[in-house]
Design a protein around this ligand. Structure first.
Ligand code: SF4
Length: 240
């Protein structure tokens, strides 16, 4: 693949200035390794320094550069432009979260149903046959979720209103459940089964399809439903 020019339509919105929103078009040369985030940076440097977007690590670890790219949620830092196979690429902010400016959305809404008390770290899981050096035995690893918001944006239920806590928060609840017990477990299950919880899910599985980090939030939601049904059966028969 050689270098070619691709037309980028970028969503623009600045409260009070570009309002209502519009799309600006830029012709940008791309090569075989160009990713969408490279293009946004080129546009900012060469065409319009006022373009606003979130990004940080450039290697799919931080989750900050999730946008809608030709209608599909994805990370700008790992979405190869040529592999999209399109002469025009439309870049838009995530859905279901309030727009702040251009491609930036309000991520505080993403965290609304995720308690700061829940842990994002868990003890490392070792292959049984592995030999572990004693000095790294107690290392912890980050959970898979990179908090990008792609699942929330893709979900048809979160798109309909803010009455559903969404796939990332429910996946976080299920992870918390796996390391809690007693009253804490009961509270987490109550939260999962609450009005904003798992029964709002329409099982579209879009969240798992777009997740760049293999969290499989839909799988967590289905597991929470199973846990809730089991709990109900136990309560019905007075079992512990
Ligand atoms: S569950 Fe996946 S898509 Fe959702 S926020 Fe976490 S990493 Fe992103």
């Amino acid at each position: 693949m050689t270098e070619k020019k691709v037309r980028f339509k970028i969503f623009r919105y600045k409260p009070g200035a570009i309002d209502p929103p519009r799309y600006d078009t830029f012709e940008v040369p791309v090569g075989p390794r160009t990713v969408v985030l490279d293009v946004l940076e080129d546009i900012r440097v060469d065409h319009d320094p006022s373009l606003m977007y979130r990004h940080s690590c450039h290697h799919a670890s931080c989750g900050t550069c999730a946008y809608k790219i030709n209608g599909q949620e994805g990370l700008g830092c790992v979405t190869n432009v040529m592999e999209l196979g399109a002469d025009e690429v439309v870049v838009e902010p995530l859905d279901a979260l309030s727009r702040v400016v251009d491609l930036v959305v309000d991520m505080s809404e993403f965290y609304r149903d995720i308690s700061p008390d829940w842990t994002y770290l868990r003890e490392s899981e070792w292959y049984p046959e592995s030999v572990t050096a004693p000095e790294i035995e107690h290392h912890v690893r980050f959970e898979n979720c990179i908090e990008c918001g792609a699942c929330v944006s893709s979900c048809p239920v979160t798109a309909a209103g803010d009455f559903y806590m969404g796939p990332a928060a429910l996946a976080a609840i299920n992870r918390e459940l796996s390391k809690s017990n007693g009253a804490e477990s009961g509270n987490l299950l109550d939260l999962a089964g609450s009005e904003r919880g798992v029964w709002q899910c329409h099982t579209a599985f879009e969240c798992s399809a777009v997740c760049p980090s293999d969290v499989n939030p839909a799988g967590h939601i289905m597991e929470l439903r199973r846990r809730l049904i089991m709990q109900k059966v136990k309560n019905l028969f007075g079992l512990k």
